[in-house]
Design a protein around this ligand. Structure first.
Ligand code: ADP
Ligand code: MG
Length: 707
């Protein structure tokens, strides 16, 4: 080894020399606002959330492809090329109203084409001969290349180095322009700080954060996928932070005291044996055992009860609440809408025959006198059981001793509303909380989204429920036959739903389509029956009238948009027709189908749509919502899966579930280990992790939920 230092009077600190970084990152440079020339582009960038250099570097490409060389271009297929401008000119316009054109002769060593830019006369000056360009577009006739997006580049034309990243883009800021912005700010990748502890990185063999980002933006090779180890590294970090945030949220809640509800069953034993008109399913019994274990601890229960509509969640919820009552304390059930609260109120009353236990209903439209009465009885403890909307957590509501809270459709409440419910318990305490969700989601997603909750699943439907026979009808003959079957059912005294096509773009279009279908059926296939119409654009009174007519049996058929997805329970309805069924997602169809098959009669779901549709085929052959959710996930990816968006899982920017399920499990293990070894993330090696957590989830993720 050549000498690296001369003898000095001071001892040479080799260790120090070897460890000293060449330079320290300056993360503050990532906070610098992006400087972008045109105001239009700046607005477009802001629309994508790109305001600082850091935002830009974290704006990751969706996929990557090799740039093509000009001689590889095949007609009309979109492609990206790296070229050099030979000559450029704007074409004079002969006819008025024609779009101004700029034409450039460009080449890349394998060929020459004429590139055409529309509506951008200024490009003649901006791209003088010799400029290297990334062009994205299509080859048209006679070596004409129509340019959709363009940006200057430093890549060499046709040199095979051209891997092109495709970024999520927007009107006014193309993927190619984003790419060149990233190139411009490439040097700032050195300012990116590594949040993962070195030991963790070594044991998981993860590249460092800056290198991973660089590799994702500027890969050497690509086959349409983002370079995997780099992407995996960023996904791992993202999942680790998510799990840490969830664990910390859980830990914060567990610091609160809850009342121990461990006395033997008295009231509930009698209720289960004498009052309930049925015996619990095995899943319900298991759920109750889980819940009893939770309630007998002084740590507040934080359990998610997941099961489809009709799986018997309300029964389990009522059991949990009655446990509070038999300890002389109170329980509350909070639902996201008045309709749902009213339904729960009715169900609870039905499950408590003889009305030995009064139930209160508190919503925004509870009349003032009634409300005052309920509030005073809650405060005195005279009323032990209450159902309501977020009206329950408003300031004036006081409980004598709230120990059990049930939150339905919990993802529809904000953190602050749930925290407000917590504060309704005695000072310093939290109620035991049971969250309910009727959207089955696969286990991996549940882990990712609800890592802070214990999970109980009701999979089995109560006995006596028969799966809905489901058929895809494609041909005219099948349709004719379908209407015959509907008329048979109606003549036998049953009722039917007709669900109109989903029109995502516009509620009014969808309402119109439903109205047209209603008129058509009324004078056509179903002319001898009584029809009602229900869609989102009707006045509340008209909606209620339609629902009431169908519920009471005055209407035989309800022609509706997908608004019936929630909130109708008509056991006498045995047929459901879904028009253009393949416009709906699997989970949505499954929810719709859940509206029939609720009584003792065999029910039928007729989906009008193409036979070949994998989604419709899945519904034809399966009844289990969890299995269907898995299939949905496989077919569409998590971004589209019903229930995922509202569960906040689309916050994931890099990780893709279920593809990254393995990474998720490892991230979860590490999060748990870190949580046990250093719950406050106080150790030096976790300082930057803590900071990354705050950056991603805001200071709220760090503060205990209860102030
Ligand atoms: P969810 O709240 O999950 O939609 P519910 O608790 O409202 O389901 O139950 C749906 C219907 O099934 C109700 O009419 C209820 O009385 C009935 N049910 C619940 N559990 C059972 C059971 N174990 N056996 C028979 N019927 C049941
Ligand atoms: Mg229910």
């Amino acid at each position: 080894m050549p000498p690296t230092a001369f003898a000095t009077s001071r001892p040479l600190q080799l260790r120090q020399l070897a460890c000293a970084p060449v330079r320290y990152p300056r993360p503050s440079r990532l906070e610098t606002p992006l400087s972008i020339g045109s105001a239009k582009m700046r607005r477009a960038a802001a629309g994508l959330g790109l305001e600082t250099v850091g935002d830009l570097l974290w704006h990751l490409p969706r996929d990557q492809r090799e740039a093509r060389s000009l001689d590889e271009l095949r007609g009309a297929e979109a492609a990206t090329v790296v070229v050099e401008v030979k000559s450029i000119s704007s074409r004079s316009l002969r006819r008025r109203g024609m779009r101004p054109l700029v034409e450039a002769v460009v080449m890349d060593g394998t060929g020459t084409v004429k590139a055409t830019f529309f509506n951008q006369p200024w490009l003649v000056r901006r791209y003088p001969p010799g400029t290297r360009l990334l062009l994205h577009g299509r080859l048209r006739a006679r070596a004409n290349f129509n340019v959709d997006a363009h940006a200057p580049t430093t890549e060499s034309p046709g040199g095979g180095s051209g891997v092109v990243s495709h970024y999520p883009a927007t009107d006014g800021l193309s993927s190619t322009q984003i790419h060149s912005l990233v190139r411009e700010h490439e040097a700032c990748l050195r300012e990116v700080i590594e949040p993962l502890p070195a030991a963790l990185r070594a044991s998981e063999r993860l590249p460092d954060r800056g290198a991973a980002l660089a590799a994702v933006h500027f890969p050497q090779h690509a086959d349409g996928q983002i370079v995997d180890p780099a992407r995996a590294r960023l996904a791992f970090e993202e999942l680790l932070l998510l799990q840490l945030a969830l664990l910390r949220r859980r830990a914060a809640r567990q610091r609160a005291e809850a009342s121990v509800l461990a006395q033997p069953r008295t009231l509930t034993a009698r209720w289960l044996q004498e009052m309930l008109p049925f015996t619990l399913t095995a899943d319900q019994s298991r759920a109750i055992a889980d819940i009893d274990r939770d309630l007998s601890s002084s740590k507040p229960m934080q359990r998610l009860l997941m099961g489809e509509v009709g799986s018997g969640k309300t029964v389990v919820a009522l059991y949990t609440m009655l446990r509070a009552l038999e300890h002389g304390t109170q329980a509350a059930l909070m639902a996201p809408t008045e309709t749902l609260a009213e339904q729960h109120f009715a169900t609870l009353n039905a499950l408590l025959p003889g009305a030995v236990i009064p139930v209160g209903l508190l919503t925004g439209s509870t009349p003032t006198r009634r409300r005052a009465d309920i509030l005073s009885k809650l405060q005195s403890g005279e009323l032990a059981l209450v159902v309501g909307t977020h009206a329950l957590v408003e300031e004036p509501v006081r409980f004598a001793s709230l120990t059990v809270a049930v939150v339905d459709e919990q993802h529809r409440f904000g953190v602050s509303q749930r925290a407000a419910l917590d504060r309704k318990a005695r000072a310093g305490a939290s109620p035991h909380t049971l969250h309910m969700s009727a959207t089955p989601i696969p286990r991996t997603l549940a882990l990712a989204g609800y890592g802070d909750l214990d999970l109980t699943v009701l999979r089995e439907l109560p006995r006596g429920r028969r799966p809905v026979a489901t058929f895809v009808c494609s041909t005219a003959r099948e349709r004719t036959r379908a209407y015959e079957r509907i008329r048979e059912e109606l003549r036998a005294g049953r009722q039917a739903f007709v669900v109109c096509p989903l029109v995502e773009e516009s509620e009014s279009l969808q309402a119109r389509a439903a109205t047209v279908e209603y008129e058509r059926l009324r004078s056509g296939e179903l002319r001898n029956f009584r029809l009602a119409l229900l869609h989102g654009q009707l006045r509340p009174a008209a909606k209620q009238a339609a629902m009431a007519a169908f519920s009471s049996g005055t209407a035989d058929v309800l022609v509706a948009t997908s608004v019936i997805e929630v909130g109708i329970d008509v056991p006498n309805a045995t047929v459901m027709v879904v028009e253009d069924a393949d416009r709906y997602g699997i989970s949505q169809l499954h929810q719709l189908r859940g509206r029939v098959g609720r009584g003792g009669h065999q029910s039928l779901c007729l989906m009008f749509g193409p036979k070949g549709s994998p989604r419709l085929r899945a519904l034809e052959s399966r009844a289990d919502g969890f299995e269907l959710a898995e299939i949905d996930l496989r077919l569409r990816g998590e971004g589209e899966l019903a229930g995922v968006r509202q569960h906040g899982l689309t916050q994931l920017r890099v990780a893709q579930l279920p593809h990254d399920a393995g990474l998720l499990e490892r991230a979860r293990l590490h999060a748990r280990r870190i949580g046990t070894e250093d719950p406050g993330l106080d150790r030096g090696e976790h300082a930057l992790l803590l900071q990354a957590l705050a950056e991603r989830y805001g200071p709220d993720a760090l503060a205990p939920i209860r102030a």
